[in-house]
Design a protein around this ligand. Structure first.
Ligand code: AVI
Length: 329
């Protein structure tokens, strides 16, 4: 406790440094199809914009997933069992998790992991107030890289990773499989993964979701350039870029790009990046799966699909996968 009576928060801090950010930005911008890693959307302002996307009418994912969780939480809790160590990858604003924290029996500890330190600290503070007896062990990290997990005070019966929101969709297929393999290693044999997976659907619905009428998704996309300007002292003229998002049914993914509106030159860390009018910087992919595709990927990563919950429109699934200790080729 500190003198104000607040619980002390021990942050396990592996926040990616500026050198790594610069190196990843430059390596993406040197490619023939220029690209930027979508994980860098989430600075403080980007995280706020993402929260606004999540409450927009068009972006159906949070409300659909939330309704699935509300409807089936008892069944989920039964499957996960008691004395779980719950590890959440990309906890964001933390709202979705409370439904689990409220219901899980004898929860051993909660490990929220997020790349945005400020947001993570805010969420941890809120949770320690709301759940004073729960051990909360925040980790600030880019969860696509390596980092150590904190060890809770009490032993657990099972480690369960929670990965909601269909963030798995932001990985290309091979990295997605490798990431699931990594999670299988984290939760260990008998451990589980409760994951939100967005499903293939009418492209018009997807188009609306990534092109909301208020322009929040566009602002979220463009904020990446503002962040690079601020943190890497670059000189993107943000007004000369436009948000462009579309669904490619052959690849089964939504692509987000920033399209240059004129021939221009960007300077970052002594490098000059030329862009011609109409050229794009690819900032995000968001893969949509059908159930068989996802089951196959899970199986090649060491997971068996134990249960799937879907909404009535069949737009989104929440799935409980168990690490069985074996993989299919
Ligand atoms: C975090 N992730 C799952 C979101 C998605 O749908 O791919 C990020 C996002 N990008 C635009 N809107 C939301």
């Amino acid at each position: 406790m500190n003198p104000k009576g607040d619980k002390q928060i021990w942050l396990h801090d592996f926040e990616p440094g500026r050198d790594r950010f610069r190196a990843e930005v430059l390596s993406g911008l040197r490619k023939p199809q220029k690209e930027l890693p979508s994980k860098y959307f989430y600075d403080e302002h980007g995280s706020c914009l993402f929260e606004r996307i999540c409450s927009s009418d068009e972006y159906y994912i949070p409300r659909t997933e939330g309704a699935i969780m509300e409807t089936h939480i008892e069944e989920m809790v039964e499957l996960l069992g008691p004395s779980v160590l719950l590890i959440e990858y990309g906890c964001g604003s933390g709202g979705k998790t409370r439904i689990l924290l409220d219901r899980l029996r004898k929860l051993v500890a909660y490990v929220p992991i997020d790349i945005c330190r400020k947001q993570l600290l805010r969420v941890t503070r809120e949770l320690t107030l709301a759940y004073p007896r729960l051990e909360v062990l925040p980790v600030c990290a880019d969860y696509t890289g390596g980092f150590e997990l904190p060890v809770p005070k009490q032993p657990s019966e099972r480690q369960v990773v929670y990965f909601p929101g269909s963030t798995i969709g932001n990985f290309d297929p091979i990295p997605a499989k490798l990431f699931l393999e990594h999670i299988a290693g984290v939760c260990g044999q008998g451990g589980g993964l409760l994951i939100g997976v967005d499903l293939k659907k009418d492209p018009a619905v997807l188009h609306r979701a990534y092109n909301d009428g208020q322009g929040v998704t566009a602002a979220f996309n463009l904020n990446l350039l503002e962040r690079i300007n601020r943190e890497l002292k670059a000189d993107f003229q943000v007004q000369w870029f436009e948000h462009y998002a579309f669904y490619d049914p052959r690849q089964g993914r939504v692509e987000m790009h920033l399209v240059s509106q004129k021939d221009q030159t960007i300077h970052i860390a002594n490098e000059t990046i030329p862009l011609v009018k109409g050229e794009s910087i690819w900032t995000e992919s968001s893969y949509k799966y059908n159930l068989d595709e996802f089951e196959h990927m899970a199986a090649t990563s060491g997971f068996k699909v134990e249960h799937i919950w879907i909404d009535e429109q069949q737009w989104f699934s929440v799935q409980y996968l168990v690490n069985t200790g074996g993989t299919i080729p």
